[in-house]
Structure formats: structure tokens, C-alpha cells
Design a protein around this ligand. Structure first.
Ligand code: ADP
Ligand code: MG
Length: 610
């Protein structure tokens, strides 16, 4: 019997070594998914293409191999576009396969018709449509190779219905698996003359600093970077997703003196991090105007993109370049007689004391008192640690997922990491809504038998989600329940985006009344200054939504938490639950990062909270 396009697609994926596909089926891609399952590939069926495209992208980051996503055409592709762009912007390897209208139906107004190639081209490294069944293996292989080789990103294969459902011509031969196989990306080392210069710069530095980015985590360069730090004793600063390349507890980690480190460093070796908004573009006022920056990156176009301070750019794989540096630096070590370490230590001490104070401040025992982020995180952290020291984050048995403005920013410095690729957040694109997909991907990567990096020891996935961020993909909790993913999800609920709106339910209801009655006009003379606001603000969500019920509706466990005791108990039980668990933590509305909107008058107290 002649093979079908769907069979050729599934066989090609298997021969490429794909073990899991994240997707949503429909006509006609359901045939591809079914053939893939028959070949032993796991198919994780999601509820929205955005979430599965995010999941597949971060699976690529964690495993170091392309994540694969399968969606229907038209609207399915539009939703998955979110993941395509997220992967390209974060440099995660992602292959997206999508169905599309019959080749003969194009321009006729066919079922889910969309010019997907034109849509995806600017957001992917490569977008292709095989012109016939014969070209399926070559097209998929090249898309798989291209998303992975060079600087990682997304690629796209458009699969018309007649190709998926068609039968191969009688003479068609499936390629031998060894002709499909794609070896790991080749690596290059740095220009030896530049390595020499970099070593000279580091040796002459008064205040050297290493920055460890998620490119170094993706490169799995933890071993050589660990050697570099031990040997040279240069202080290091991880980026949010570079955390854990070297354990946070390392004495040379200057995260808690981040501003002082950036401001005072005179030579900065940047390993796998772009000088983008996350690093303040490598420019003053956050960086010293005289700092000399040495960039190490796999992508030549990244060198010198922003930093007026860019001194040197080494193009090459971090593993090889750092090895070269180790050889060239030989036994040189940074002299600790410089003022820089002292300055960093002082700044760290001050910041840590401040954080400690917020963490230890007990929540007043009164019905109208709220938990703060800092206090809630402190309780969650100490409870996780006390449960079983070997389960604690320090041991690397927890994978953290975090998103939301304050929720993510404040949690970053509180939960320590000891291993790379164990903290997934909104990333370079500051994408809200990635959390649920990332949880499922982390489970697939770390906890399933086919997961590329599973080592038999299950990891607990702990998510710290803002209430707004959680809402983007909250229905994926059903996906988690279906695959029995026992994630522990904390929803930090301040009833809104950023700082939410009002502190009390009664005040919130007044605003709701005004909005519903369409009675939001300001009145009186104070209106001009914006001091009298009426109606719900754009940052407002329903007051104290019962998000934990999303877990219980599908057989998971839910906890509604207001007090320290309730939070401790929910954390303890939630960690041990074998079903998805949502802990709905009511947090004080109006606290967190200060965002002053124009409508908030200077003397508007409520406006200043936040
Ligand atoms: P962060 O968000 O941690 O600041 P970015 O995503 O901005 O990190 O930057 C990561 C950088 O790492 C990208 O510019 C990417 O090209 C680079 N990169 C990825 N893999 C490697 C590798 N193996 N060797 C060198 N650079 C790499
Ligand atoms: Mg919120």
C-alpha cells in the first residue's frame, strides 16, 4: 500500500529523533498526530495553540534540541505565531508544522485558508511548503536543522491538505533513517588574536565582571564557566534565565549587588547575553561610561549592536571560547586587593538586609491585613526547604516557572537556584501567558521517560504566577490534569495587573457599579488633575477571583489562602499532591513595583502605592 503524506511526515519526525510533539489537532493534521503516536512519539494535546507553541519553544531551550509543534492552518497558525516569535526572540530552537488549505484551493476562500508562509517569514529563520509528497522529508529535515544550527530560532513547514492526505507515487521510497538524521550543531572557537586581547583586558582590569546569560545556559557551558570563575575569582552576575549556571549560593555571585556591579565594572565579559533591555543596553547610566565590554556570542550580528562600550566581540561557541580563555589566562587570578569586591560586598549586605526585613515582617493578625509578596515568598521558600532538604531548590529538584510583573521580579531574587535551565520566565520578549505551556514542557523534559534530560529523579515544577499572567492560558490546567502533571502553581492574586486597583471589596464594587452603569465621568474641579477616578481602571480584574477552582474542576487540588498558616499548609500539601494544584494567594493590592500613571496626581495616595 502506498504511504500517505501523513505517514511520511511522522516517519521523518521519528527519524529526526523527535520524541514529543506539542499541538492541537483538527482536519487534516489529526492524521499526522495519529501516525506519530503509532510510531511511539508522544503527542501532548493542548487547549490553545499559543500555549503549545510556547511549550515547544522552551522545550528546545531546556533540552538543547528543537521543540516540535503541530497545529491546524489559518487560526491555528495565527495563534502559534505567538510561539514562533517568542522562540525567535528568545533564540530557542522550534519547528512548527501546520496544516493548510489544498494547494488547488488557494485564493478560493478554502477552509482555514491563510498565506502562512508570508505571515511566518518575518518571524522565523525559514518557512517552507513542500511542493509535493516527495519533498516532505527534505523540507522537514531542513527546517529542523535550520531552527537548531547557528543562532537558534523558529522555522515553519506549511503542509497543504492534499499533501498530508495524498498518496506517494508508486516509485516513492522513504529515505533511510541515516539520511534524515541531523547531527548536533557544529561549534566554532574564537579568533585566537581576540582571545589574547580579551585575556589582556581581563588581566588589566581593576573591576572585572562576568555576565552569564541564557545563551550560556542553552550552550550547557556550566562546567567551563565554573572553572573560569573558580580559577580567576572574577565576580559574576547571572541574567534572569542565566541563573543556576553557577549556583546562586556561590560567594562570587553578585546578584544582590547588581546595580553596583554594573555601575562600577571596568571590564565586563558577557557570555551568551544580549545587551538589550534586560542589561540596560550596556550603556550609561546603568553601566560605567568607560567600561570595556567583551561580548562572546554565537551570532556575529549581535556583536556591537548596542553598547557604545563594546570593546571586543568574539564570535564562537561559549564552551570553546571559555576553554580558550582558560588556557590563555593560565593561572592568572583577579587580585582581591582592589576596592571593587569590598564595594560589592557592602552593597550586597545592604540589599540583603532590606530583603530580609521584608521577608521576616509578619503579617498582622487582622481580618483586613494582607500577605505581601516578600512575606508570601519567604513562607513558600522555607516550607519547601523544610519539607525535605533534598527536595529544596538548592538541590536542584525544583524547576521554577514565573511570570507576571511584580510576581516575577520579586521572586527572582528570593528563590535560589543551583542548576541551570531550572528557571523559566517571561524571557527576552517579556511574554505574559507562557507559564502554563512552560510547566507542561518542563514536565515533559524532566519527568517523562522519553524526556531528553530525564534522569529518573522527578522534579517538582513550582510556578509563581501573577493573577493576570495566569489567566492568559489558565485552561491548560485541564491539559495538566489529563497528563497527570502534579505542578504546584501559586497564583499571586492582587486582583489585577501590576498592582491591581482597590484594597477592599466594597470599594471595588463601587467602581464596578460605576462602570456597569456607565457612570464614569469625573465631576468637580479635581477631575482635571485626575484625582477623582471613577469606575474600574484598566489594571483591574475581578476582586479575589477563585482561581483555585480551575484545579478542582478537573480533579486537581485547590487552596484559597489569606493567612500565613494557610499558605504554609497549602505549600506543604501542594508539594506532595500528585495532581495539579493551584494555591490562590491573596496578596495586598496596591503594593509592589512603583508605576506612576499620568492620571495619578502627585498627592494621590492610592496612585502612589505601587
Ligand atoms: P539573556 O536573556 O540571558 O540576557 P539573551 O537571550 O539575550 O540572554 O542572549 C543569549 C545570547 O546567547 C544570544 O545572543 C545567542 O546568540 C547566544 N548564544 C546562544 N547559544 C550560544 C552558544 N552556544 N555560544 C555562544 N553564544 C550563544
Ligand atoms: Mg496581579
Amino acid at each position: 500500500m502506498a504511504v500517505t503524506g501523513a505517514q511520511i511526515i511522522a516517519r521523518t519526525l521519528r527519524d529526526l529523533g523527535v520524541t514529543v510533539i506539542f499541538g492541537i489537532v483538527g482536519i487534516p493534521v489529526v492524521e499526522i498526530a495519529e501516525e506519530a503516536i503509532n510510531l511511539g512519539i508522544r503527542f501532548i494535546a493542548f487547549r490553545n495553540e499559543q500555549a503549545c507553541s510556547y511549550a515547544a519553544s522552551v522545550y528546545g531551550f531546556m533540552t538543547g534540541q528543537p521543540g516540535v509543534c503541530l497545529v491546524v492552518g489559518g487560526p491555528g497558525v495565527l495563534h502559534a505565531l505567538a510561539g514562533a516569535r517568542n522562540a525567535t526572540t528568545n533564540n530557542f530552537p522550534l519547528l512548527i508544522l501546520a496544516g493548510s488549505a489544498e494547494t488547488t484551493g488557494v485564493t478560493k476562500g478554502s477552509f482555514q485558508e491563510l498565506d502562512a508562509i508570508s505571515l511566518l517569514t518575518p518571524h522565523t529563520k525559514f518557512a517552507v511548503r513542500p511542493s509535493s509528497l516527495d519533498f516532505i522529508p527534505g523540507a522537514i529535515k531542513n527546517a529542523f536543522r535550520t531552527c537548531w544550527y547557528g543562532r537558534p530560532g523558529s522555522t515553519f513547514v506549511d503542509l497543504p491538505a492534499d499533501i498530508i492526505q495524498g498518496k506517494a507515487s508508486p516509485g516513492f521510497q522513504l529515505p533511510e533513517p541515516e539520511n534524515i538524521y541531523v547531527a548536533s550543531p557544529p561549534k566554532s572557537s574564537g579568533d585566537p588574536a581576540l582571545i589574547l586581547k580579551a585575556a589582556q583586558l581581563l588581566r588589566s582590569a581593576r573591576a572585572p565582571l562576568l555576565i552569564l546569560g541564557k545563551g550560556a545556559a542553552y550552550a550547557r557551558a556550566e562546567q567551563v564557566i565554573g572553572q573560569l570563575v573558580e580559577r580567576t575569582q572574577i565576580p559574576f552576575l547571572p541574567t534572569p534565565m542565566g541563573k543556576g549556571i553557577i549556583p546562586d549560593a556561590h560567594p562570587l555571585n553578585v546578584s544582590s549587588a547588581r546595580s553596583a556591579a554594573l555601575k562600577n565594572a571596568d571590564v565586563v565579559l558577557v557570555l551568551g547575553a544580549r545587551l538589550n533591555w534586560i542589561l540596560h543596553f550596556g550603556e550609561p547610566p546603568k553601566w560605567s561610561p568607560t567600561a570595556k565590554i567583551i561580548q562572546v556570542d554565537i551570532a556575529a550580528e549581535e556583536i556591537g549592536r548596542n553598547a557604545g562600550n563594546a570593546e571586543l566581540g568574539i564570535v564562537g561557541d561559549i564552551n570553546l571560547v571559555v576553554e580558550q580563555l582558560l588556557v590563555t589566562l593560565s593561572n592568572w587570578r583577579y587580585s582581591t586587593t582592589s576596592q571593587f569586591p569590598k564595594l560589592l560586598a557592602e552593597s550586597a549586605k545592604k540589599n540583603e538586609a532590606k530583603a530580609q526585613k521584608a521577608a521576616l515582617m509578619p503579617t498582622p493578625r487582622s481580618p483586613d491585613a494582607f500577605l505581601t509578596y516578600q512575606r508570601a515568598y519567604h513562607i513558600i521558600k522555607t516550607t519547601l526547604n523544610s519539607l525535605s532538604p533534598s527536595s529544596s531548590s538548592e538541590e536542584g529538584n525544583i524547576v521554577y516557572v514565573s511570570e507576571g510583573a511584580n510576581t516575577m521580579d520579586i521572586s527572582r531574587s528570593i528563590f535560589p537556584l543551583s542548576q541551570p535551565r531550572h528557571r523559566l520566565d517571561a524571557g527576552t520578549y517579556a511574554t505574559m501567558g507562557v507559564g502554563m505551556g512552560y510547566i507542561i514542557a518542563a514536565h515533559e523534559a524532566y519527568n517523562t521517560p522519553v524526556g531528553t534530560i530525564a534522569n529518573g529523579k522527578p522534579k517538582k515544577i513550582v510556578a509563581l504566577e501573577g493573577d493576570s499572567a495566569f489567566g492568559f492560558s489558565a485552561m491548560e490546567i485541564e491539559t495538566m490534569a489529563r497528563y497527570r502533571i502534579p505542578a504546584l502553581i501559586f497564583v499571586m492574586n492582587n486582583s489585577g495587573i501590576y498592582h491591581g486597583d482597590t484594597k477592599t471589596e466594597d470599594a471595588w464594587k463601587v467602581l464596578q457599579e460605576q462602570t456597569v452603569a456607565n457612570d464614569t465621568k469625573s465631576s468637580g474641579s479635581s477631575a482635571a488633575s485626575g484625582n477623582e477616578k471613577r469606575g474600574l481602571r484598566s489594571t483591574s480584574l475581578l476582586y479575589e477571583t477563585r482561581y483555585e477552582m480551575l484545579a478542582t474542576m478537573c480533579g486537581g487540588k485547590g487552596y484559597f489562602v489569606r493567612s500565613e498558616e494557610e499558605l504554609e499548609r497549602a505549600t506543604r500539601e501542594g508539594f506532595q499532591n500528585d495532581v495539579p494544584t493551584v494555591v490562590n494567594v491573596i496578596i495586598e493590592p496596591g503594593v509592589g513595583k512603583t508605576i506612576q500613571f499620568a492620571w495619578q496626581g502627585k498627592d494621590n495616595k492610592e496612585g502612589q502605592a505601587k
